[in-house]
Ligand binder design. Structure first.
Ligand code: GDP
Length: 478
């Protein structure tokens, strides 16, 4: 929630009276329980020599509060939303193209397909929505911005190449998001294809095939010949049936921005995925912090449409500015209300920050543990060699302080990448680097996203740091 003078004093490790005095010297009279805004917090913190990072997060819950609840009778089945992930060159793009070609144009000879960030196909008279940007980077960037878009992940593994580092990353990203995984064993047309090896390797990551007594669906496919694509789509529908994805099409729409750009001729163009309700031409909406009125909508076949129901991607013209991928959007009954909300959200976006959406840092870990709002400390490990990564994982997992456990979201070998930072941001994790450094872009993103990166050269030091942070013995870093 909002931050009070007392909260700030605790964070700064100062007496409340000192903070109040400082506020007075800045011309503000305040009491210990008074709420203070972000600008004041930054100002006071700087006076005490502490740097405050303001994180620009738009919390989707702000919209959820405004949304009417759906009764069970109002909820209707909606198409599943699918993301394709996997190692580079294992065939993600080819698979996406193949599915689109074979299914979108069926019965619609020469149907123009348009890139709008996602597309829908039909199989067995049911629809499936695919997000068009393959890979876990896009997936987790959305999550880091608070958007849970994907229902099902297709993990593509090339049968001739097997499990690779980015395969493991993709698994961990999907697991962190608690999204079901279907494995597509691709390139089955190749003579050197070895699907059993893929199965064997994936069991090490707790993806056990059904025919080996596990629960993970494996589908052999070839994105090039098209073999197995129908089975893959059937399996997606099967998972969707079990999970019962539902939404209420009979109300104003809410969803998420998949992409947006400024188009010279058309102005702000936003590609949206409707998650609940139905979006109509003429609707007044807020996307991110921008107001807009839907002037026109274009579907994934390049056709103008008047409405878009749940799980449908559409391109929307008429926003006042370009929102960001992952921003939530919502329709409001009247234009004035939408404008007001857009303004409030800009304000709120600035004010929310330091409270609920602040990241875990080791420095305030103890406080959070004391307040009982953390049971797992999420950690991402990057090390120079596999042996060190394993050793750290083993040691971290053994630490048990006041009922708090370390949960390893991801561990891998190599430099700390931007993808690691995004995953940390989305999972509220800290990153421990052992004999590795962050890549330049990872450093920049970590700074922006307020992700705590700890670098070590001695395993014992890394363990001790985590342990003492959990015990609240870490010296503040001011
Ligand atoms: P991405 O990096 O995962 O998106 O992989 P691409 O879709 O770009 O595919 C990488 C390469 O593998 C390309 O040369 C594709 O033509 C090839 N490829 C993809 N799927 C298959 C397949 O099923 N069989 C064969 N033989 N080649 C494939």
């Amino acid at each position: 929630g909002p931050m009070t003078v007392g909260d700030l004093a605790r964070l700064l490790r100062r007496e409340a009276s000192e903070v109040i005095k400082k506020l007075m010297s800045l011309g503000t009279m305040a009491t210990i329980n008074q709420e203070i805004d972000v600008d004041t917090i930054s100002l006071v913190s700087e006076e005490f020599g502490a740097k405050v990072k303001v994180k620009e997060v738009i919390d989707e819950s702000a919209f959820e509060e405004l949304e009417e609840e759906d009764t069970p009778e109002e909820l209707k089945e909606r198409p599943p939303v699918v993301t394709i992930m996997g190692h580079v060159d294992h065939g993600k793009t080819t698979l996406l193209d193949r599915i689109r070609e074979t299914k979108v144009t069926a019965g619609e000879a020469g149907g123009i397909t348009q890139h709008i960030g996602a597309y829908q196909v039909e199989a067995n008279d049911k629809k499936i929505t695919f997000l068009d940007t393959p890979g876990h980077a896009a997936f987790t960037t959305m999550r880091a911005r608070g958007a849970e878009v994907t229902d099902i992940t297709i993990l593509v593994v090339a049968a001739d190449d097997g499990v690779k580092p980015q395969t493991v990353e993709a698994i961990n990203h999907a697991k962190a998001a608690e999204v079901p995984i279907i494995v597509a064993v691709n390139k089955m047309d190749k003579p050197e294809a070895n699907p059993d090896r893929v199965k064997q390797q994936l069991t090490e990551h707790e993806l056990i095939p059904e025919d080996w007594g596990g629960e993970t669906i494996f589908v052999p496919v070839s994105a090039v010949t098209g073999d197995g694509i129908d089975e893959l789509l059937e399996m997606i529908l099967l998972v969707a049936e079990v999970q019962e994805y539902k939404a209420n099409p009979d109300k104003r729409a809410r969803g998420v921005v998949i992409e947006a750009e400024l188009d010279k001729g058309r102005g702000a163009v936003a590609r949206l995925l409707v998650q609940n309700g139905t979006l109509n031409v003429g609707d007044a909406l807020v996307a991110g912090s921008f107001f807009g009125k839907v002037r026109a909508m274009i579907n994934d076949r390049g056709q103008r449409v008047k409405s878009a129901d749940p799980s449908t991607p559409v391109e929307v013209l008429g926003l006042s500015d370009v929102p960001e991928a992952g921003d939530p959007f919502m329709v409001f009954t009247d234009e004035k209300k939408a404008r007001d909300i857009a303004e409030k959200r800009i304000e709120k976006k600035r004010q929310k920050e330091l409270g609920a959406s602040s990241r875990v840092t080791l420095d305030d870990l103890y406080k959070q543990i004391q307040e009982g709002d953390m049971k797992d400390l999420n950690v991402i490990i990057k090390a120079d060699v596999q042996g060190s990564a394993e050793a750290l994982r083993g040691s971290f997992e053994k630490i048990d302080v006041e009922g708090v456990r370390v949960h390893i979201v991801h561990s891998g070998v190599g430099a700390i990448t931007e993808s690691d930072v995004t995953l940390a941001s989305a999972s509220n994790a800290i990153i421990v680097g052992f004999n590795v450094r962050p890549e330049p872009q990872a450093r920049v993103t970590a700074e922006q996203e307020n992700v705590d990166i700890r670098l070590h050269r001695v395993i014992y030091d890394a363990i001790e740091e985590i342990e003492s942070a959990m015990k609240g013995m870490l010296d503040p870093e001011y």
